[in-house]
Every structure is written in C-alpha cells, then in structure tokens.
Design a protein around this ligand. Structure first.
Ligand SMILES: [Fe+2]
Length: 177
C-alpha cells in the first residue's frame, strides 16, 4: 500500500509540523504569564529553543533535497510515531492551565513526547560526523535548562495564569471541533 511507504522527506515535514506546534505551545505560555517576568522569560526561551529546532530540521530538509534523498525509505513505525506527535494540540494543554505549576507540568509533558528524540537521529543520519550534528546535539541537551529557573513548587502554585482573549478563543475553537 502506498500509505505504508514512509520516506525521509515525509518524516522531515512531519517533524517540522510538530516542532511548530511546540513553539506555538510555548508562545501561548508567554501570553499566559506576561505579568510574571521570570516565567514569561522562561517560556520565551523555551519557544526560542523550539524555533532553533525548526531551523535545524529546515537545514536537514535542504540537505536531504540537495542530496536527492527525499524519497529515501524510512521505518514506517518512525513516521507513524512522528505523525502521532504532530497531532499534538497546544489548545488542549492550555485549557488545563490555571497556574504556573500546571504550565510547568505541561511543559515537562511536552518535552517527554520526544519530538526532539526524533530530531537527533535525523540530524545524525543527514549530517554524519558534521559540525551541525554536534551543534544540534548540544542545543538539544541544554534545551530544557530554562525550566530549572522556575523554582519552587510553592512559588509556581502561587502564580496564576491570565488567559488573554486570543488564547481563550483558540481554546474554545478547539473544543468545538
Ligand atoms: Fe523541539
């Protein structure tokens, strides 16, 4: 079946979609915590990390196209996993967030979804032994560091989310779907 033919190009495009959703998730958290400078800055840094992941995948995309590897077959299970991740909905997570502790837990949940675990093998495959590969890995390793600045649990619980209208609208649109 054509549907089962998984290619490197499909995998890369799917990964871009999921990294974009993750970036949007963190940008939404910036809005929710604009009134708390430390929190807003942490969410901004997390979003910037996702933006750099998108950039990394785009570089991989260019390299794969240039090398004529776009239709190279990949493990179908890998593409299925990437598709499940790409269906991730920031709206659904935002809807559950009432305070900074909820956001912090949601961020850990998102980071545990392994978008980046998929990114690493792609970078290694596409740029074996390349400086880009090492840079990508060091970026991925430090990506979750900003979360450490959100101390402590008590403090996080004391910071309420303020839901701006755009986010409320996005959440209710998602509920209607
Ligand atoms: Fe990412």
């Amino acid at each position: 079946m054509a549907e089962r033919e998984a290619t490197l190009g499909q995998l890369i495009d799917t990964l871009i979609t999921s990294e974009q959703a993750t970036e949007r998730f963190y940008m939404g958290l910036v809005e929710l915590f604009l009134h708390e400078p430390i929190a807003a800055e942490v969410w901004w840094d997390m979003a910037a990390g996702e933006a750099s992941h998108i950039w990394l995948v785009e570089k991989a995309r260019e390299a794969v196209m240039a090398a004529g590897l776009w239709d190279e077959p990949v493990d179908a299970a890998l593409l299925d996993q990437a598709r499940r991740l790409a269906s991730f909905s920031p709206e659904r997570l935002w809807a559950r967030i009432q305070n900074l502790e909820d956001a912090y837990q949601a961020a850990h949940e998102v980071e545990g979804m392994e978008f980046d675990a998929l990114l690493e093998p792609i970078m290694i495959d596409v740029f074996p032994g390349d400086i880009r590969n090492r840079l990508a890995r060091s970026q991925l390793d430090s990506h979750q560091d900003p979360l450490k600045r959100l101390k402590t649990t008590e403090w996080r619980r004391s910071i309420e989310a303020r839901i701006p209208e755009e986010v409320t609208m996005a959440i209710s649109k998602e509920k209607i779907k």
